[in-house]
Design a binder for this molecule. Sequence first.
Ligand SMILES: *Cc1c(COP(=O)(O)O)cnc(C)c1O
Length: 333
Amino acid sequence: MTLGEGGTPLVRAENLPAKIGRPDIELYFKLEGLNPTGSFKDRGMTLAMSKAKEEGAEAVICASTGNTSASAAAFATKAGLPCYVILPSGKVAAGKLAQAIFYGAKVVQIDGNFDQALDLVRALAAEGNITIVNSINPYRLEGQKTAALEVIEKLGNAPDYLFIPVGNAGNISAYWRGFKLGKSIGTAKKTPRMFGFEAEGSAAIVRGVVIENPETIATAIRIGNPASWKEAEAARDESQGKIGCVTDEEILSAYKLVARTEGIFCEPSSAASLAGLIKYSREIEKGAKVVAVLTGNGLKDPNTPIEVCKDELDLKPVEPSVKTLKAVMGLCK
Ligand SMILES: *Cc1c(COP(=O)(O)O)cnc(C)c1O
């Protein structure tokens, strides 16, 4: 089944490289926010849901920081399967919650975080004919690896670097599978160095310990015990890459910068890739081809821009006259 997922644009950054002091790199953004439900989760969900249907599941269930639930709810509806969603209360962006409910999923919020929600989902699924569609479902990563193959197709080869946010670490693992596949079937002559970024307040892989109470403004990567931890470390090591972390301040600054230099509105979590690129830009050699994955659409979270641009948002109505407008807009010379 399909809702038209995949085939997302790879857009060249024309202004941003100079802004970050690296006009010599060739930078592209993979715009995963243009998938049908607004995030890359759709790539894996189409396959996981098709397989659940094929195997005769009675329902699907997921824990989610938001985007998995939006995607699961949409594809479950398409498949004619009931969908149950367990969310950490108060930590899901408004647009994502709206999507899950509006596509008709049964949404339950818990007084707990994502990692606890996932434990509960595992327990519930073990008791009935319910398929888990989190990224621990093996079909999810198989679907998600298509993004790497698309990058290769567009560039005619793999890039030198891939920058990507890391939450449960499924996506970095999926891209690495895709790049290795591309090289093995000969569509690419190389594989990129994989640079993944956790949020500092939930940097389990970087610190090497489970974080009991992960915190970050980047709610889609607010995860203290990544499900694909080992595979992500293998991707890092095999590709001579890095898994680092970025602060909320660095994330928000990258989030604003990509909107204001490139006209691209991603969600805060997505900007962890760019924040990491800015932080480690000195490590990139001259002329390198670099792809940064922007994992989700900015419209999912209308509250953060308002928060970030508080000072600019003086939207009190003014008198409707040319004279007043000229004064307010600073057009009077
Ligand atoms: C799910 C998600 C991530 C994290 O991906 P993982 O596979 O969990 O590492 C990052 N950004 C957005 C927008 C997401 O929805």
